[in-house]
Each structure stands twice: as structure tokens, then as C-alpha cells.
Design a protein around this ligand. Structure first.
Ligand code: GLC
Length: 562
């Protein structure tokens, strides 16, 4: 195989070295904790903040820089806490404000940064503002904080637009007015219990700035901004004739009228100014499911947010040509605005990559897996997942990990339908299984109750029987375990400053992603045949044991000393 070393002249530089003076987030590894499924301290079967605090050492042992916490605010839990009724408190399910303070203090003591979720696109239907809107007449100031419209048709019986909810079904629900008659409709791009806020309303803007200050003053290091591309709607509210999924564009290249509108950027400029009034390097991270990488990069221009999730990378199949393309485009688009590129393979909204990559499509977009669907190939999925992670952790920029991926945890693909809680399942009549399979509480102890998740043995979603082998205590110190692979890779990444490094493509066979970062050479074989390793190189880390005959097997990544 012709892998040219980093010193060769035909290596093509794609991304230069980051001089390393910038703030912490530029090369951080950020671990997503989904609080309801991480650790349950009170035995209720749902994880909580004291559970998170008690297990923070795990993150230090793993070697990450920061933790992002999914929502723990008061909520009726219609969308697992992404339906918030009070942005300035903690749901009793998860603990108290004092518990949040204790978590922050302990994390900082351990040298971990803490990012919290901010959900500005919508509130819960139990938010006092929405209760007031329902109790007030059409045209009232109370309704103006949300998106209420009269219906179409003779009696207003048709929704104001043809928009679909991201969870299936219509994006509008009709209310019953005080006189008992059917009345106006309100917009909910997600569940009907998540009414969209009206971001043209000054009170909405002022309130969220206050929410930001509330958490900044408590010491958080940043915010992951939920549905960041959705806050502002096209005022003309036209019908939509593009793909069902709202992140697409129509035949004329226009985004959905509830997505990626120009007006949204001014909100983030204001928030950036607000963050800069506070000490420390606090960050804003965009969850913007926008397909075009240049459009995503607009959210991380110098006066807007600091990072945006790279969902294009998450959706890229395990195929060298596709990976090379996405990596290059990601670096190009972000370098053009001076922002760090981020990398991510899993989160609470997608099929875990240890399962996703074990399907015939080798990844891509999926909407959950059920017992009656074709099942992913577990061993192949895990092998590819380990290789994909080792490739990701060698890329310059910041990386996001999702709880449990360091254990090689697969999706729970045979959850009984009756246990499913994601509103997507009900709203699509079961056509989409939804996201519960990625949200099952994680195993800590092979022999513990609920695998150490909860001392009561309860778990809000059932854990598969075979998960004992994935438990942290079954993998710690075990050569070749996924947990030890993550630890070793994170240690090398840190020692070699890979997150601040450069990226140079190296010559390699078509099925191999080959690049240099500093004096490291990275080879990922996505093909189905072994390829020869360059002569005489030292293997620093491989995603699986190498055969020792000088080859790199299929679905394997190796880090070589250059
Ligand atoms: C984001 C969250 C997802 C949630 C949705 C609505 O995409 O990640 O879990 O359902 O927003 O808040």
C-alpha cells in the first residue's frame, strides 16, 4: 500500500495547525449526559442530578474536558424534559437547585466544564405563559408570545399552513375558546405539548436573556441551544412543498419557513454579547439540523455562537469517499469563519453508532429500530463504531461523545412498543419507532441492580438482558475493551494536541481514509479487504488488535507514529 509519510511533498494540506492560543472549547472533548439515564441516586428509576454528581469521576477517568447536560428543568416530561415549564429551576424528578449547584461545584473542582441545555424554540404547554394564552382571547397580549393563527377554510377548520410536526402529524393544534367553540390554532413544530414561542416578541427575547444570566451567574460554562435554527419563522407563513423533514430545502433551495431564517442570527449576536459581559470563556453551541455545511457555519461566525454540532458528519456512512468528503467540507466551511469544527457520532436523538454502522447502509439517517425491523449486525457495528471513534478523535477540532458510547453500547432494538415514550412513536402511529432505543439507562456494574444504574433496580426504560457485559466494571482494566480504547485514545489525543493539529490527506487506496495530524498518521480501512501498513511504522493505537502481519484489517483504524 502506498501511504506516503507526513513529510512527503504530495500530502495535501486541508486544515492548518491552530496556534493553540484560543479558548478551551476549540479542541474540547465534551461528553453528553442524558440525566434521566445516567445514574439514579434516589432509586426512583429515573436518573437525577445527585446521581450525576456522584459519578463525575468517571468522566475524569475517561479523560474528557466538559460535560453537556440534557434538560433537568421542571417539565411534564412530554418530550423527556425538552418541554420546559420553568427555565429557572430543577424538576423534582432530577433534584433541586441546590443539587444543580453541587453538581457545578464538584465538576469545577474536578476540572470539568459544564454546559447546560437551553430550549428557546418552545415551552411546555404547562408553562404559565401558555396557560395564560389559552385563558385569553384571540388577539390578546397573552397569545402574542406564541404563534396563534386563525384557521383556513370557511369555519377556520383547516390548519393555517400545511406544515408537519418534526415528530409526525400536523404542526398545528386547534384550541377551544372560552365560549366552548373551536377557535384559533397554535403552532408546534414538535409535540402539541411544545407550543412554539414568538421570537418577534420583545418579552420572549428579554425573558431568555434573563434565563441565560440566571445560569451564567450560577456558574455554567455554556449552553447547548436546542433547535437553534428554528426560532424565527418566515412572517409570510407560506405552505411548504419540500421534504417532510424540516431540515431540508425545497426545489428552489429555500429552507422550510420555520427553519434557518435570516432573523435568527441577530438573537445569537445578542446572546454572544451577553456572554462576553461575563468572565470566563463561556460558550454557545448550536443544535442546527441544517443540511448545508456553509449554512451551519453561519451560526458560528465570530460574533455569534462558538460551536455547532456537525450532523453532516454524524450522518455520513462508513465509507472512505463519503468520510473524506464530509471531513474536508466541514473543515473548509468552519475555517472560513474561523470556528472550530466539531465532530459527533451519537446523541440522544439518533440510533447509537454501534448499531447504525452495523446496518447495510453503514449509517445515515434512521428513525429508530424495532423488534420487527431487520436487526443491525452487532459485531460488525461495534467494530466499525470503534474504528469510527478512533478516526473521529484524531480529527482537529472539538468532539462530542454520548453517554454509553465509551462502553460500545448498542441501540436497544427490541424495546416492547408498550415501553416506548418518545412522542414520535405515537404521533407516527408506530411507523417511526423513535429515539427510546438510544436512551436506555447505562450499565455501570455487571452484577448491580439495574446494572448499577439504580439501587432499587428500577429503570424507566427496560435494559436488555445482555447488557451486563457492557458495564463499566466489566470493562475497566480489560485489555481491548471499548472503555479502555476510549481512555487510551483520549489520552493520546490530549498528549499530542490532536484537537489543535492540522490535517493533510495522504495517498492511500480508495477504501482507506488516510491523513496526517502533526506527526501522527491515521489510517481507517472502511473496505472489506485488509490493506498493507507502511513498512516499519510504529502503531500507537488501533481500534482492534492487529493481526501482526503488517496489515490493517477491514473496519479498523490505526494511529501510527509518523
Ligand atoms: C432537539 C432535541 C430533541 C427534542 C427536540 C425538541 O432536537 O435534541 O431531543 O425532542 O429538540 O425540543
Amino acid at each position: 500500500m502506498n501511504v506516503t509519510g507526513p513529510q512527503t511533498t504530495d500530502a495535501r494540506l486541508v486544515h492548518p495547525v491552530d496556534p493553540g492560543r484560543g479558548p478551551w472549547h476549540r479542541d474540547a472533548v465534551i461528553y453528553q449526559v442524558y440525566p434521566r439515564s445516567w445514574a439514579d441516586a434516589d432509586g426512583a428509576g429515573v436518573g437525577d442530578l445527585p446521581g450525576v454528581t456522584a459519578r463525575l469521576e468517571h468522566l475524569v477517568e475517561l479523560g474528557v474536558d466538559a460535560v453537556w447536560l440534557s434538560p433537568f428543568y421542571p417539565s411534564p416530561q412530554a418530550d423527556a424534559g425538552y418541554d420546559i415549564s420553568d427555565h429557572r429551576d430543577v424538576d423534582p424528578l432530577f433534584g433541586s437547585l441546590a443539587d444543580a449547584d453541587a453538581l457545578l461545584a464538584r465538576a469545577h473542582e474536578l476540572g470539568l466544564k459544564v454546559i447546560v441545555d437551553l430550549v428557546p424554540n418552545h415551552t411546555s404547554d404547562e408553562h404559565p405563559w401558555f396557560a395564560a394564552a389559552l385563558a385569553s382571547p384571540p388577539g390578546s397580549p397573552e397569545r402574542a408570545r406564541y404563534v396563534f393563527r386563525d384557521g383556513r377554510g370557511h369555519g377556520g377548520e383547516l390548519p393555517p399552513t400545511n406544515w408537519s410536526s418534526a415528530f409526525g402529524g400536523a404542526a398545528w393544534t386547534r384550541v377551544v375558546e372560552a365560549d366552548g367553540r373551536p377557535g384559533q390554532w397554535y403552532l408546534h413544530v414538535f409535540d402539541r405539548r411544545q407550543p412554539d414561542l414568538n421570537w418577534d416578541h420583545p418579552e420572549v427575547r428579554a425573558d431568555f436573556e434573563d434565563v441565560l444570566r440566571f445560569w451564567l451567574d450560577r456558574g455554567v460554562d455554556g449552553f447547548r441551544v436546542d433547535v437553534a435554527s428554528g426560532l424565527v419563522k418566515d412572517p409570510a407563513m407560506p405552505d411548504w412543498h419540500g421534504p417532510l423533514r424540516v431540515q431540508g430545502v425545497d426545489a428552489d433551495g429555500r429552507p422550510h419557513p420555520a427553519r434557518d431564517q435570516e432573523g435568527v442570527h441577530e438573537i445569537y449576536r445578542a446572546w454572544r454579547r451577553l456572554l462576553e459581559e461575563h468572565d470566563g470563556d463561556r460558550v454557545l453551541v448550536a443544535e442546527a439540523w441544517v443540511a448545508d455545511l456553509d449554512r451551519v457555519a453561519r451560526y458560528v461566525r465570530p460574533d455569534e455562537m462558538h460551536q455547532a454540532f456537525n450532523f453532516a458528519y454524524l450522518l455520513t456512512p462508513w465509507r472512505a469517499a463519503d468520510l473524506r468528503h464530509t471531513i474536508e467540507e466541514s473543515l473548509r466551511a468552519n475555517d472560513a469563519v474561523g470556528a472550530p469544527t466539531t465532530w459527533v457520532l451519537s446523541n440522544h436523538d439518533v440510533v447509537r453508532h454501534a448499531s447504525r454502522l452495523g446496518t447495510p447502509a453503514r449509517g445515515g439517517r434512521m428513525t429508530g429500530i424495532g423488534a420487527d425491523d431487520p436487526q443491525p449486525d452487532g459485531p460488525v457495528g461495534l467494530r466499525r463504531a470503534r474504528a469510527a471513534t478512533l478516526l473521529m478523535l484524531a480529527l482537529p477540532g472539538a468532539a462530542y461523545l454520548y453517554q454509553g458510547e465509551e462502553l460500545g453500547l448498542p441501540e436497544h432494538t427490541t424495546l416492547p412498543d408498550g415501553a416506548r415514550q418518545d412522542p414520535t412513536f405515537a404521533r407516527t402511529g408506530g411507523a417511526e419507532k423513535g429515539r427510546d432505543g438510544a436512551r436506555v439507562p447505562i450499565p455501570w456494574e455487571a452484577a448491580g441492580p439495574a446494572y448499577g444504574f439504580s439501587r432499587s433496580g428500577q429503570s424507566w426504560l427496560p435494559q436488555p438482558r445482555e447488557w451486563a457485559r457492557y458495564a463499566v466494571d466489566a470493562q475497566r482494566g480489560v485489555h481491548g475493551s471499548t472503555y479502555e480504547l476510549y481512555r487510551a485514545a483520549l489520552r493520546l489525543r490530549r498528549e499530542r494536541h490532536l484537537g489543535r493539529g492540522d490535517l493533510r490527506w495522504l495517498d492511500a487506496p480508495e477504501d482507506v481514509v488516510a491523513f496526517g495530524n502533526g506527526d501522527l498518521v491515521v489510517l481507517a480501512n472502511t473496505g472489506d479487504r485488509p490493506v498493507a501498513l507502511p513498512d516499519g511504522t510504529e502503531v500507537l493505537q488501533a481500534s482492534d488488535d492487529l493481526p501482526g502481519d503488517g496489515t490493517l484489517p477491514p473496519d479498523t483504524t490505526a494511529w501510527l507514529a509518523g
